[in-house]
Ligand binder design. Structure first.
Ligand SMILES: *Cc1c(COP(=O)(O)O)cnc(C)c1O
Length: 381
């Protein structure tokens, strides 16, 4: 089955009892047994739910994987992966990490005795110097947020494999339409399905995907034992959202390209960060591992102040000022005060996250309207 068919059909069959073409929302906490221990595979809602099963089978297919395990949020999925580690283990992580993942690692798991090193992964060969015999996992997020650096997943996996270290890729920003990390050698994928997979900014959900049977067993056990499951209604919304993943992401990427090029031609703009530019330092890697270049674009101004950014942020109409990304509607944000507000200014500036940097999640509206929206806001500069 090809990707564009999988989003609609993989794991999804009409309901055998009624013929309902769409997966029903099985809003039930328990299931009847005909005799003690005799049931249809479902005993209790935390352990298993038919709507969730369909979503999990679909997600596994999209990532060319054997197993997918759904969680209540992207961070609950990440948390489940952390629970496969033990005190004394070490994790090497990308430094341009989603803030919530960083907080989970530093504030929740470091006190339990798991060590985290946050390193530059622009050149995969640099990672090995950080390995010790305690290193158990490499955590990769690509494209990074908000600088949109690209990490070479295949190169990282090759080095990790030689040292028997697991690689987990947070595939939220790319979505499986653009990149499938297991095919590049990764062991685990983590998703905030809240973003592109859901695609309509109406549900919070997460998933872990793997083809490793041992890891899958452990993660199913953690899902049931610790209980951070998504509700059946949310699983339904995900199944529904995913049906248009290919159409949405493709159009959003096309719009992002047009907008990135428009921004690059603006005299007041200093830098435009978008992996599709040939001048992007990791452009070749992006071309190799991604189908298109993503729908996230960041840029900053020659007059690098928060006030400059505010003039644009406060005067767009279709681009709404909000956290999050990956919905059909375009969003615009200010990383220095929003997503990365807790990172000290010197640290921010070191990675190019300037005071005037603006991050956009480009949606699927008519691109002419989006450009005109930006043009009108630029008039205030
Ligand atoms: C949003 C996000 C998360 C966290 O997901 P939630 O669904 O909000 O818990 C993790 N990683 C990335 C890259 C994200 O953008």
């Amino acid at each position: 089955m090809k990707f564009n068919t999988k989003v609609i059909h993989a794991g999804v069959e009409p309901d055998p009892t009624t013929g309902a073409i769409m997966t029903p929302i099985f809003q039930t906490s328990t299931y009847v047994q005909s005799a003690p221990g005799v049931h249809k595979g479902y005993e209790y809602g935390r352990a298993k739910n038919p709507t969730r099963t369909v979503l999990q089978d679909n997600l596994a297919a999209l990532e060319n994987a054997k197993y997918a395990i759904a969680f209540a949020s992207g961070l609950a999925a990440t948390d489940a992966i952390m629970k496969t580690l033990k005190s004394g283990d070490e994790v090497i992580s990308t430094n341009g990490l989603y803030g919530g993942t960083y907080r989970l690692m530093r504030r929740i798991y470091e006190p339990f005795g798991i060590e985290f090193k946050f390193v530059e992964m622009g050149d995969a060969a640099d990672i090995a110097q950080h390995f010790t015999e305690k290193t158990k996992m490499i955590w990769v997020e690509t494209p990074t947020n908000p600088m949109l650096d690209i990490i070479d997943i295949e190169a990282v996996c090759k080095i990790a494999k030689a040292h028997n270290i697991l690689v987990c890729v947070d595939n939220t920003f790319a979505s499986p339409y653009l990149q499938t990390p297991l095919d590049l050698g990764a062991d685990l994928i983590c998703h905030s399905a809240t973003k592109y997979l859901g695609g309509h900014s109406d549900v919070v959900l997460g998933a872990v995907v793997t083809s490793n049977e041992e890891l899958a067993k452990q993660l199913y056990f953690i899902q049931n034992a610790t209980g951070a499951i998504p509700g059946p209604q949310d699983c339904f919304l995900l199944i529904r959202g995913i049906k248009t993943l290919h159409l949405r992401v493709q159009r959003a990427c096309e719009n992002a390209e047009t907008i990135a090029k428009f921004l690059a031609a603006q005299p007041k703009v200093a830098n435009v960060y978008w992996p599709g530019f040939e001048t992007h330092p990791n452009h070749e890697v992006a071309k190799k591992q991604m189908k298109m270049f993503g729908a996230m674009v960041s840029f900053d101004f020659k007059t690098d102040t928060m006030e400059t950014a505010s003039k644009v942020l406060e005067n767009t109409h279709y681009f709404s000022l909000a956290e999050s990304l990956g919905g059909v509607e375009s969003l615009i944000g200010h990383p220095a005060t929003m997503t990365h507000g807790s990172v000290p200014r010197e640290e921010r500036l070191k990675i190019g996250l300037t005071d005037s940097l603006i991050r956009m999640s480009v949606g699927v509206e008519d691109v002419e309207d989006l450009i005109n929206d930006l043009k009108a806001a630029f008039e205030y500069l």
